[in-house]
Design a protein around this ligand. Structure first.
Ligand code: SAM
Ligand code: FES
Length: 374
């Protein structure tokens, strides 16, 4: 019998009974958008290839109900690989000596946005290591200049943990959304994966603050990270259900051999897709990217995510010469491509699995209605 989450596989004698129970739990989840902790765990511990197709179909159908086969595009700009943090899995953490550091000026960032705008993107995701160079003043200038030149776009920042005051100022300057993956909802795993000066509680506090301020908030987690258990993944589902963010980024852990977690196995495609499907079912309207990490793990990883329940893609619009330096994991896709090439590539991939590009701003569906009624 082929278990999808092999780390914790258990032996059962009556396969049919297991299938029946999993079908029942998937139906219950589809109808109620939630399960008990032990029910989630039962799925993760026992699901096999037999039931996985059923789960993926349920997840796809729910996505279709709200977003049909539309895929929102966000132009991703990786503005700096300087980082003061110590995520042990991350290839740009402060200890890594093997990469050349770079950062983009506000002029360079604006240039990327203009190129992205020309390619039709209406959302820019501005991401970076935790780089103190980007003070509130510099970021406010950046945000105001982008919004002045392109008033109809949404700005998403993903710059890591900052104070509530800083988040407030960036929001007031015109930022619409903020992505801050919670990484894992398990305190034990968080502490294992991060330097001792980093704080599980502070990361959660940041997410709480971002929501209170009024951002469209993105959380998210890695699947298959070293020592992660199915119980840890259930914690992620429970935390996300409670936090109720607008976006959730889910990607496999991909081992980087220059980090202190070298030598570990990476997460797998099936594990990651199962988590994408479960998240779609607990938060039916959430914006779910088919992540670059999924595309780096498997040639058609992102397409499979679209078929499973994802509805967002983030083509890279960073300057090509910097891309390889933002090496959070090895064998990252798109590092030699131009923004134009990524645009064409993504368009082909989306069409290839019967989806269509939506070049709107791509707000969460509940917020779309608020805007429409304004
Ligand atoms: N500094 C910001 C932050 O901490 O939120 C944003 C940049 S950070 C590099 C973006 C995301 O990359 C992290 O949230 C993490 O989940 C992911 N990441 C980092 N290293 C990874 C790895 N080795 N495999 C998979 N994902 C990784
Ligand atoms: Fe820099 Fe994780 S170590 S974002």
């Amino acid at each position: 019998m082929n278990y999808i989450f092999p780390k914790l596989k258990q032996k059962f004698k009556n396969d049919d009974f297991i299938s029946e129970k999993i079908y029942y739990l998937v139906d219950k989840l589809t109808n109620e958008a939630n399960l008990e902790k032990d029910e989630f765990l039962y799925i993760l511990n026992n699901i096999t290839k037999k039931e996985i197709e059923y789960l993926f179909k349920a997840s796809y159908n729910i996505k279709y109900t709200y977003y049909q086969n539309r895929v929102y595009l966000r132009g991703l700009i990786e503005i700096s690989n300087y980082c003061k943090m110590g995520c042990k899995y991350c290839g740009i953490n402060y200890k890594i000596k093997t990469i050349k550091r770079y950062r983009l000026s506000v002029d360079e960032i604006l240039e990327c946005c203009k190129q992205g705008y020309h390619l039709g993107y209406k959302t820019f995701v501005i991401q970076s290591g935790e780089d103190s160079y980007y003070t509130d003043d510099i970021l406010i200038e950046m945000i105001q200049r982008i919004k002045k030149e392109m008033p109809d776009v949404r700005i998403t920042l993903s710059l890591g943990e900052r104070s509530k005051e800083s988040y407030q100022k960036l929001f007031d300057a015109g930022t619409d959304r903020y992505l801050l993956r919670h990484e894992t909802a398990s305190r034990r795993l968080y502490n294992y994966l991060h330097a001792s000066f980093m704080s599980f509680d502070n990361r959660r506090e940041c997410l709480k603050n971002l929501k209170e301020i009024g951002y469209q908030v993105g959380a998210g987690f890695m699947v298959g990270s070293p020592t992660q258990t199915n119980e840890d993944l259930v914690e992620d589902l429970i935390y996300l259900k409670e936090l109720d963010p607008h976006m959730i980024g889910i990607g496999p852990y991909l081992c980087h051999e220059d980090t202190e977690l070298r030598g570990n196995e990476s997460g797998t495609l099936s594990e990651s897709l199962i988590m994408v499907a479960l998240v779609r079912l607990i938060l039916p309207k959430v914006l779910l990217p088919a992540t670059t990490a999924l595309g780096s793990l498997h040639t058609i990883g992102r397409e499979k995510a679209l078929k499973t329940g994802a509805n967002v893609m983030m083509p890279n619009i960073s300057p090509t010469e910097n891309r390889a330096k933002y090496e959070i994991y090895q064998n990252k896709i798109c590092t030699a491509d131009t923004s134009n090439q990524c645009r064409n590539c993504i368009e082909g991939r989306i069409a290839g699995v019967g989806h269509v590009i939506d070049l709107g701003v791509g707000d969460h569906i509940d917020l779309e209605r608020i805007t429409d009624n304004d």
